[in-house]
Design a protein around this ligand. Sequence first.
Ligand SMILES: C[S@@+](CC[C@H](N)C(=O)[O-])C[C@H]1O[C@@H](n2cnc3c(N)ncnc32)[C@H](O)[C@@H]1O
Length: 186
Amino acid sequence: MSDVYQPAEDTFLLIDAVMDLPNFERAIEVGSGSGVVSVALACKAEYLISTDIDLKSCYATLERLREHGRRTGTDVVCCDLLSAFRETPIFELIVFNPPYLPSEQVQDVSVFGGEHGIETSVEFLRQASCRLSRSGRILLVASSLSDVDRLRQTASKLGLQYKTLRYVRLFFEELQVIEFRNETYK
Ligand SMILES: C[S@@+](CC[C@H](N)C(=O)[O-])C[C@H]1O[C@@H](n2cnc3c(N)ncnc32)[C@H](O)[C@@H]1O
């Protein structure tokens, strides 16, 4: 059982990247936690879905959206990554600040992302790539504590191009927000 993840440097880096984006029709945040990124996204998207695998986090997101008057045009769904949604390219924006600490045992789903720290992110990219609209974007937070090179290789195999939108160097790690888009979109 994990606690609701409290906003930290990775959260704020993602919010900064989101605020630079244009407006969207349909967006989804995976792993919404406390809901602060969803509140920022709700200002940008006509319709937003927030999801988390943790039910307490879903309630926290719902409450946060309500507090900010953002319940019109938003839904919150408790599910594993994007598994609740059809494999149809309908989302213009898909966002995830994933658990990225490496650990052989995932004791806390809000911070541990698998043996190399990227296993949850790799599966997320697989599920996101077939639900992304042709001109859409995926925003994913990555840490130097995890195997970012392997994450990029996975993206290439899935036909996604990538670039770093935001970057911050902290005392013990470097964080970046990576944008992925369809290679066929110029
Ligand atoms: C690092 S926290 C980020 C929370 C929030 N978005 C933020 O930026 O502060 C990761 C979140 O992803 C959720 N999560 C982990 N694995 C997931 C999965 N397989 N499907 C959906 N959500 C997941 C966790 O419960 C947690 O809320």
